[in-house]
Design a binder for this molecule. Structure first.
Ligand code: GLY
Length: 443
């Protein structure tokens, strides 16, 4: 069994790590991969957006199954191309990937299908003055979103008018992310839910909560995500039923009705508040990064069986099993991130078995609570075998524990043994989950 993972971040390292736990012992390839994936898979030097190159590789190597990490190849139609060639692949078609690729499409889709979200207005890129007038009249707080792809950084929650107007200017005048759309503010707590879909059926993975701002207490600019934990206790069992009924199922039925059945991972960013039911902040047509690094370590179902069932429309028979307990991940970032940052800084404290450690899990049916996983993102290998930084988000250090506190303690203990000049990370990952746990133990 040969499996190709497309992408090069911590998310793809987590996919490869999940696959290597499979009892089918697949041969894993990652294109283009990173310095972490090369420890557990074969890296293939083909860019994630080189659809022809990926398809040629899959054909020449007789790849049995391809799993796509990032959104760009999905919105370019990699799934359509592979399927036309008879190659099994996990991901949505180009038409279905519009749920992420076009915020204007996803907002009107939600309106058409009665899926709860906030009121919104969209503006074309030349209409900065109209958009600024709307934002000024609406006032803050307000959410401003780029309509196109923005690597998870395109939805900015602005708490005052000044920051709303400067965000709008960055998006529309400096074209930081392409066209923008404004949305009224949704109060509450953000959390995400992930469905793996085969067109008609779906399974839910553990929920998660990301930490998008660079600074503690959710301060500073947006990033791709500075840490995450799973499951998110804000989504309890009864809320999960509401999310299934009001959001996931109408979304999948809506996509079938519009002739674009949804396959692959559907990541639904939600706003949850006591005063109203859950509302959709955004859809993404992929797994989150760093959410994957906490969700997949909790999944017990065999990776090859789950992904094959997804690619062949058999999810209804497979289902999904997840471990009890919790996972937490802390992202170590380069100095200056999310702004410009230096590369080439030596990383100390990575040990040879950081990636291999999860191989010990192969065949285990029960959680190994002591395990930590160091997922590589912006790293590269030096000639002497050591590692150096090569990106903004450098590593995601994950631990699984009996509860959130124990997962966090283990993750932070491992973080403290890794060093590179200028490294920074948030020290409050999981604070909302911990507060909920404390409140429920007091009750
Ligand atoms: N962590 C946010 C995202 O993947 O979009």
């Amino acid at each position: 069994m040969k499996v190709l993972v497309v992408g090069s971040g911590g998310r793809e390292h987590a996919f490869a790590d999940y696959l290597q736990r499979s009892r089918h012992h697949p041969q894993i390839y990652v294109a283009p991969g990173n310095a972490g994936t090369e420890q557990i898979a074969t890296n293939v030097p083909i860019a994630a957006d080189d659809i022809d190159g990926l398809l040629n590789f899959a054909k020449s190597e007789d790849i049995d199954l391809t799993v796509v990490g990032p959104e760009v190849p999905l919105t370019l139609g990699i799934v359509d191309r592979f399927r036309a060639n008879g190659s099994a692949i996990v991901g949505p078609t180009k038409a279905a990937a519009q749920l992420e690729g076009s915020k204007a499409f996803s907002k009107s889709f939600m309106n058409r299908h009665g899926i709860p979200t906030a009121a919104y207005r969209t503006f074309k890129s030349g209409d900065y003055d109209l958009a600024a007038a709307y934002v000024t009249e609406h006032g803050a707080p307000i959410v401003i979103k780029a309509s196109g792809l923005a690597a998870g950084k395109g939805a900015v929650v602005c708490s005052d008018l000044k920051s709303a107007l400067s965000t709008l200017e960055a998006m529309m005048r400096d074209h930081a992310f392409g066209a923008a759309g404004d949305e009224s503010f949704m109060e509450g707590e953000e959390a995400s839910i992930f469905a793996l879909c085969d067109g008609t059926n779906y399974v839910l993975l553990p929920s998660a909560q990301d930490h998008k701002r660079v600074g503690e207490n959710d301060t500073g600019p947006n990033t791709g995500g500075m840490g995450a934990y799973a499951p998110a206790p804000v989504i309890d069992d009864s809320l999960l039923e509401v999310i299934r009924h009001d959001i996931i199922e109408p979304t999948l039925a809506g996509m079938v009705g519009e002739g674009a059945p949804y396959t692959g991972f559907l990541y639904v960013g939600l706003m949850i508040s006591d005063s109203h039911g859950p509302r959709v902040v955004e859809y993404n047509c992929r797994m989150g990064d760093p959410e994957t690094q906490v969700v997949l370590p909790l999944v017990e179902t065999d990776a090859v069986e789950l992904f094959s069932a997804c690619a062949t429309g058999r999810l209804a028979n497979t289902g999904i099993a997840c471990r009890d307990g919790a996972a937490a991940t802390v992202v170590l970032a380069s100095e200056g991130y999310p702004g410009s940052y230096p590369k080439g800084r030596r990383i100390d404290g990575l040990v040879a078995d950081d990636a291999a450690s999860s191989m010990e899990a192969a065949g285990h049916d029960r959680p190994d609570w002591d395990r930590t996983y160091v997922y590589h993102a912006g790293t590269r290998r030096r000639e002497d075998g050591s590692y150096e930084t090569s990106g903004g988000r450098v590593l995601a250090v994950t631990a699984v524990g009996r509860d959130l506190q124990s997962a966090l303690s283990k993750a932070y203990a491992r973080v403290s043994s890794i060093h590179f000049d200028g490294a920074h990370y948030r020290r409050d990952i999981g604070f909302r989950g911990l507060a909920r746990a404390e409140a429920s133990s007091d009750a």
